[in-house]
Design a protein around this ligand. Structure first.
Ligand code: PEP
Ligand code: MG
Length: 577
């Protein structure tokens, strides 16, 4: 309940935690003078190029600072900014405006950045649309350099929540963290860099809070603000009761976090003694320490796309071997499952020109790129084998449809290994396995699973391909319940095939991190679950409170149910879940 007087706005949760206190606005003051003219186009183009170089150098310096503060992955954001500042497409577009329209450099770079940002937004890809604000940020910084103005920023005199329409990443990274209580943005998305940085720094953040700036304007300076980075709630001028509620929430979160860490060493075993192995899903080496602290016994899914996106050329073998090696060493002697690149289709990358497709999720994605660009996979596989000297490695291919795809993986892996042996380079052993995320891969599993070291069910894609429901389309929410009996039947088939073959099976889709669904998986015979580190404690607790016989009875009976709702009802009545 909100006490009278406060204005409640529903935003989008972007970084966990709650905050309350005074707020400080960030207003982008653009130096652009609309209609500014130049009479010396060549000199003006040269001025733009040297201002852009100054911004690129400053971005590289910021990347160094962020990396030195222990955020190596976030530092890449600013290395990418340096690349944008030097991007010939951006600078040529500005030069054309200067030469043909006699626009001045400030106006020309602003217009060129807006045009590039519009193109990114038009691609209808959330991730790329979020990158539009980076391009605008760089355009703005070049314009400020041309105008002789200092870089935009906020001086936080006292602890406060920063509010803005959108927050450029360069401003987010330079805020004084000891005084930054939280971030609340009218626009932006959880995949924008401001949100990524907030999560990395542990700063609560809410984005997409429509109406926030108007409500703050009405409340006036000196009013307070409260934000909840988990629910997305924003309260303008919260009453005393609201603040008390937020303080109580913060205390509960703190205690829960302490309890999760205390429980991390407990085994995940049912009351009647069935052990379940809990592993972590990670998307970058930065997540390793959190996953280890929360008791992950290895990594069941290491998504490697972070190394490949937002850059002009693919990562080198050395860079990859170093990134994988750091994760492997941190988890040794537990295994780390490195998933080969899962891009293409809906996730274009600049150095991998692919034709636009009508149905990208059904198109040339992941391992299906192997016959066009085997080099990308062989390089990645070579990096995996080299990194395997540091600990235990499993290599997993996504988007495998049948035995033919599994054979492609084997061929590429053999080539990588043989090359390295011929070169005399030190390598370690690696298990080879595939994701089961396409129904055909499960229906034909008996034909190839015996030749693999392991398989892992990707329930996110398996659900979308089984129910023909795009995983990103909010209109199809009703088809996205992982307890759908069709999905459960496929999972059971996979468990049986893996048992017949004597091959280890795990589940690494989101389903494994939902305590109720995780228990259904255990009931279906799954004994290895991989999930976001933040879910480990809740799933471990649920397993320790369950009895295997009950879970098996409920899960097996639910295979004949008509809907996910029926499955839930059965679980509630038979196991009190
Ligand atoms: C899956 O599809 O379930 C999965 C784990 O992979 P991703 O979500 O990365 O496609
Ligand atoms: Mg998948």
């Amino acid at each position: 309940m909100t006490t009278q007087g406060a204005v409640r706005i529903r935003g989008v949760a972007a970084a966990p935690g709650t905050a309350h206190g005074p707020w400080v606005p960030f207003v982008r003051s653009s130096p652009a003078r609309p209609g500014g003219r130049t009479v010396e186009p060549d000199a003006e183009v040269a001025r733009v190029i040297s201002a852009a170089e100054a911004v690129a150098v400053a971005s590289e310096r910021l990347a160094d600072d962020v990396a030195r503060a222990g955020h190596a992955d976030e530092a890449k954001i600013f290395m990418a900014h340096a690349m944008i500042a030097r991007d010939p497409e951006l600078l040529d577009a500005a030069a054309i405006r200067i030469r043909t329209e006699h626009a001045d450099g400030i106006g020309a770079i602003g217009a060129a950045a807006s045009a590039v940002a519009d193109q990114l937004r038009a691609l209808r890809d959330e991730l790329l649309a979020a990158r539009a604000s980076d391009v605008i940020d760089i355009g703005d910084r070049i314009a400020r350099e041309l105008a002789g103005l200092p870089a935009a920023g906020i001086r936080l005199i006292e602890p406060a929540i920063v509010v803005a329409e959108d927050l450029p990443p360069s401003v987010t990274a330079t805020l004084r963290r000891d005084r930054l209580l939280g971030i609340a943005l009218e626009a932006s998305s959880p995949t924008a860099h401001a949100a990524i940085l907030a999560r990395a720094y542990g700063i609560p953040a809410v984005v997409g809070a429509t109406g926030l700036l108007a409500a703050l304007g009405a409340a006036g300076h000196g009013s307070a603000l409260a934000i909840d980075g988990e629910s997305g709630e924003v309260l303008v001028a919260p009453a005393k009761a609201d603040v008390e509620r937020y303080e109580a929430r913060a205390e509960v979160t703190r205690r829960a976090r302490d309890r999760d860490l205390d429980d991390a060493a407990l085994p995940a075993v049912t009351k009647d003694g069935t052990p379940v192995v809990l592993l972590a899903n990670i998307g970058s080496p930065d997540e390793v320490s959190g996953a280890v602290a929360l008791g992950a016994r290895g990594v069941g899914l290491f998504r490697t796309e972070f190394l490949f996106l937002e850059r002009a050329s693919p990562p080198s073998e050395d860079e990859q071997a170093d990134a994988y090696g750091r994760v492997i060493a941190a988890f040794a002697p537990h295994p780390v499952t490195i998933r080969l690149l899962d891009v293409g289709g809906d996730k274009p990358i600049p150095y991998l020109p692919l034709k636009a497709e009508d149905n990208p999720f059904l198109g040339v994605r992941a391992l299906r790129l192997a016959d066009r660009r085997p080099d990308i996979f062989v390089t990645q596989l070579r990096a995996c084998y080299r990194a395997a000297v540091a600990g235990r490695v499993k290599i997993m291919a996504p988007m495998v449809a049948d035995a033919g795809d599994a054979a492609t993986l084997r061929r590429l892996a053999d080539r990588a290994r043989e090359e390295l042996i011929a070169e005399g380079r030190p390598i370690g052993p690696a298990d080879i396995g595939v994701m089961l995320e396409i129904p055909s891969a499960i229906l034909t599993a008996d034909t190839y699973v015996r030749d693999l070291g392991f398989v892992s069910i990707g329930t996110n894609d398996l659900l979308q391909y089984t129910l023909a429901a795009d995983r990103g389309n909010p209109a199809l929410e009703r088809y996205r319940d992982s307890l759908h009996p069709a999905l459960l039947q496929l999972i059971r088939l996979a468990v049986e095939s893996a048992r017949r073959a004597g091959t280890e099976l795990s589940v690494c889709g989101e389903m494994a991190g939902d305590p109720v669904a995780a228990l259904v998986l255990v009931g279906l015979g799954v004994r290895v679950l991989s999930m976001a580190p933040s879910n480990l404690a809740n799933v471990r607790r649920a397993i320790r409170a369950a009895v295997r016989d009950d879970l098996e009875g409920a899960a097996m009976s639910s295979l004949g149910d008509a809907s996910a709702a029926d499955v839930r009802l059965r679980l509630r009545t038979r196991t009190q879940l």
